[in-house]
Write a protein that binds this ligand. Sequence first.
Ligand code: PMP
Length: 336
Amino acid sequence: MSHITEKGGGTFQGIKLLLCENPLPPIDQAIAAARSELPRSNYYTEPYSAPLRSLISEQLGISERLIHINAGSELILRQLFDRFGQQVHLLTPTYVLFPEIARHYTETRLSPEKDFAYDLADVVIPEGTTLTVIVNPNNPNGGVFDMASLPELLSRHPKTMFLIDEAFIGLAGKSVTHLVPKYPNLLVTRTLSKAHSLAGFRVGYGIFPEAVADDLNNRNDAYPLARPSQAAAIATLQNEERIQERASQLRLWTEELAVQLRTLGVRTFPTETYFFLADFSPHDASRIADQLRSRNILIKPLNDPVLGPGYMRITTALPEDNRRFIDALREVMSGA
Ligand code: PMP
């Protein structure tokens, strides 16, 4: 639990640019669908989230047998690390959970000089690696990897499992789920917490080789999702066009926010999602975050030992809140 270092969830009422949460609420159809399930909550849902599984299977063109659904993708990621994470290779900086739950890990550094981009064809995976993790689009910078060389990597390293965390794929990037049936060492995880605005409903899923999917499914709760969560997930996935429109809107707000930061002299890095990295050097990001917190604005210093103290990950809020954030930041940075 310690990777969540800030009070970010639940009751906080200020401006949050913190946990990579989508600032837009669930779409209306999701709320209506969840609400209509409430009076039926004395009954269990269909076992193994059957209707959701069948919709995902249909939309991705992947056999239901390869799909594992659970209450949020973090839970799924933890299970995969339990099973395969003896010796992990990470592309860092990465999602903060991973260094925390890997038993041992080695890393390939993504560098600010290259805007945190990386050609996967160049990745060197040390001997003995059991699990290589690629987050696409990556957290914390929001950039996408070109996945064209993935098949070659998968074939070249048959003894390492490759986990592609597609938590933010609804915002940008090319999915690799279609490769799962062809490669026994490819695992893909996804969540409806990000582009789909359902973080509080806790819906995650994975597309795995049959043996892995069978094992996780056999050991899983028969009812991993609450009725309202399953209904909200189905209603949201049935309105993917709306989700894509909202994703474009979010990317626009993100770009506008980055422009504002640059006018304050802050360096921002390219992103294709609704969050990005910013380098506040010579300012100290933790100090800025502390001062903003006292103004009821929550933001996340990166605390990466290699990048140093200037880095912050910034998630867009709604435009009005972004304006308040920039005003507060201007005051803080000018020492007011
Ligand atoms: N993967 C990445 C890259 C994330 O950033 C997050 C949450 N911030 C998750 C997985 C977990 O999301 P959830 O448990 O809500 O599905």
